[in-house]
Structures are given as C-alpha cells and as structure tokens.
Design a protein around this ligand. Structure first.
Ligand code: ZN
Length: 149
C-alpha cells in the first residue's frame, strides 16, 4: 500500500469513527433519505438553505464505514457553501467515484474528499460512497427519498 493510500485510509477511518455533523437538524429546510439495499446503508441528509447558501448540513442513519465516512466528508465540505460551489463539488466527486478517466481528477481541489478515490475499484462500494451525495441531490430537488440500486 502506498503512503497516499495509507493516508486516505486514515481519513476514511477517522470520519467513520468520529462522523462530523452527525445528528438530525431540527430546523432543516430540506431533507432526503437514501437507501442502499445492497449493503443495508440508510442515510438521511438534512440541510438548511439560507438564500443560496447551505448554512447547516447534517446527516444521520446507519451504514458501513464507507457510507458514513462519505456522508461525513460531504457535510464537512459543503457546510457554508453556495449552491454553485456545491454543484462543482458534487460534479468533482461524481467524476472521482464513477467517471471514466481517473487521470483527469484534480485531487488537490478535492482535498479530503480525494480519500474516497480508492472506492472506485469496488463497484459495490461505489454505491455506499455515492449514497449521501444522491440524498443531497434529492434534498435539493425536493424529492424525499432516493434509492441507490
Ligand atoms: Zn455500505
């Protein structure tokens, strides 16, 4: 295992052990639930939109280490961001996890989110990692539930 992969592993484990922004957001303006029946992950994303900025974002639910770490990394990155910035991060992560060409991803711009990179080698795990992101998109578009199959 390379040093970089080691570091990424550490980030995932850390976010799984101590998830950031974990818990229900009582005054959320948007929320959506995501299920990944393949793995049993269930994650609800809550957010509070203030104008075009996400002022608060949290998640709760249960799932494997990858799904929790991905949700935790997502909330840590998106809190306080404008919707335009959010769309850019969402598109970067989607490229990172499911894009055809690994080589074109700007890992520096992704920061800690780059830790999810190792997941793309395992098709089943990709669903775990994308779950929170799909729930986020569903929350923003007003759907209340999303399923990753
Ligand atoms: Zn999972």
């Amino acid at each position: 295992m390379s040093e970089l992969e080691d570091l990424y592993q550490e980030i995932i484990l850390d976010h799984n052990r101590r998830p950031r922004n974990f818990g229900k957001l009582e005054d959320s303006t948007h929320q959506a639930e995501g299920h990944n029946p393949l793995c049993g992950d269930e994650i609800t994303v809550y957010l509070k939109l203030d104008g075009d900025r996400i002022s608060e974002i949290t998640f709760d639910g249960q799932g494997c280490a990858i799904s929790k770490a991905s949700a935790s990394l997502m909330t840590a990155r998106l809190k306080g961001r404008t919707l335009k910035e959010v769309r850019s991060v969402v598109s970067d992560v989607s490229e990172l996890l499911t894009g055809p060409d690994e080589g074109i991803i700007d890992l520096e711009r992704l920061g800690d989110l780059a830790a999810l990179q190792g997941v793309r080698k395992y098709a089943v795990r990709v669903k775990c990692a994308t779950l929170a992101w799909h729930a986020l998109e569903a929350a923003l578009t007003g759907e209340h539930e999303t399923t990753t199959e």
